[in-house]
Every structure is written in C-alpha cells, then in structure tokens.
Write a protein that binds this ligand. Sequence first.
Ligand SMILES: C[S@@+](CC[C@H](N)C(=O)[O-])C[C@H]1O[C@@H](n2cnc3c(N)ncnc32)[C@H](O)[C@@H]1O
Length: 246
Amino acid sequence: MSLIRDLIHAGGTGGLNWHVHAHYSRERWQPTVQLIEQFFAQVDPKSDHLLLIGGSAGWMMPPSWLARFKRIDAYDIDPLAHWLFNWRHGRRLKAQGIQVEHHRLDALEVLPEILSTHAAACIWFDNVLGQHRYRVRDEARVERELAQLKTTLKGRHWGSLHDVWSGPTDGRLLPAGLNVWSHHVTAKQGLDAVFSQKLLASVGAKDVWQDHLTGHVFAPTTPTTWMPWAFKANYWHWLQAGWVSA
Ligand SMILES: C[S@@+](CC[C@H](N)C(=O)[O-])C[C@H]1O[C@@H](n2cnc3c(N)ncnc32)[C@H](O)[C@@H]1O
C-alpha cells in the first residue's frame, strides 16, 4: 500500500504525478534549465564526487553539470527516480565513464551519516529543500531545520537550488533574452521586501503566494542567483540557487 502511494506521489513531492507533469512541461521549463546551466557554469565544485539530493529523474538537470564528476551518489525517496534518471541520463553518463549509485531514502533525515560516509564529496540539493514543508507540516520546525543545514554542512562544498515562493500569475510567458530574468544578489539582499515585490511583479503574480520557508538556507553573505520557473503556464515559482565553498 505504501509503495503504491509512493509511486503515485512520493510523500507529496515527487512520484508519478510529478513525472507526468515534468514530461509534458519540458518545453516551457527549458528557459529555466538554461538559467540553471548558466549558474552551474560559475561553480567550481572542487571534488569529482557529487552527492545529488532529490535529483528525481533530472528533468531540469543540465547534463553538462553531471559530466563534471567521476562518481555521483543520488538520493531520492521516490521509487521511480532511479529508473527515470537512468532513462534520461544513464546512457550518456555511462559512455563518459561516470559511475552512478542510487539510494532510495530520506536524505535529510540521515544527512550527517551520508556526509560522514562520503567525506570528500560535494553536495547539491536539487530543488528539494522547498519541499520540506510538505513533508513536515510544522512550519517553525521546517524553518529551523532548513536554517540548521548550513551548520551541518560546515567545512563542505555544497549548493542548493530551491523554491522560495510559488503562486498564481497572469499567465505571461518567459520571453527571449533570459538574462533580464535572473538576479544576482546576496542571500540577505534576497530577503529585502522591495526586492521580493519587484520579482513578484515581474512575473505578474496575483492572489496568495506560498512561502517555501527556505529564506535562511544560505548565510546572509552567500551570493545567490534568482530565477523564475513557469511550473504551469499560470502558476510560477521563484527559485534561488547558491554555492558555498568550504
Ligand atoms: C521538485 S522534485 C526535484 C526535481 C529534480 N530537481 C528534477 O530536475 O527533476 C523534488 C524531489 O525531491 C525528492 N525528495 C523530497 N524530499 C526528499 C528527502 N527528504 N530525501 C530525498 N529526496 C527527497 C522528491 O521525491 C522529488 O523527486
């Protein structure tokens, strides 16, 4: 029973519903994938071993980032992630001699164990931290646990792409000239109310937007990149990406 529930929605953050939506949204998501690729181009991971947390099938994962590693350990709670990731990326990675190990587990729950098992690896949270609030329903606990991650990760090279807000929009499209859409600020500047209003207005936000409680994942001085994601034609997310060097 629990396996069937997980196949369909994997704790409310992945599963069959997510994969079907992702498959049919590939074209609309492509501009955001390009922004993610531009972000990765600036990162020096300082390790050839990647711990990929919440990578799912890698629907938005630029292959050029994966190709920078010799070994990837991928962690996801979704029973479909392993198969679909291999279907989308496996053949290319194998041809490049990159070794991939899949682990089906709650990586946030056992993060300290994962980190000590792979002491020299860098870590990438792949649009997973903004989902923590759907698995843990206590908002104060979610904020505390997400803010605590930077302490758990001290001394490591790590980064994250995550939802900060999401909500209904007036249905505009992402135009060409994508660079006008990404914003480079420190994590502290990203919390500024005027900055947030500017981002929301630029995507035609309306009604009530959801806060994903990820505002304190990064330390205030961490450089971050903000990018819009047209999750549905009239329901968008603002994503934040950052990389922390030990
Ligand atoms: C929005 S999807 C990520 C999509 C992925 N970045 C892509 O490009 O396809 C979030 C993923 O995180 C996984 N997930 C959520 N909480 C997790 C946890 N605590 N540990 C491991 N995986 C988790 C979900 O199963 C889902 O596959």
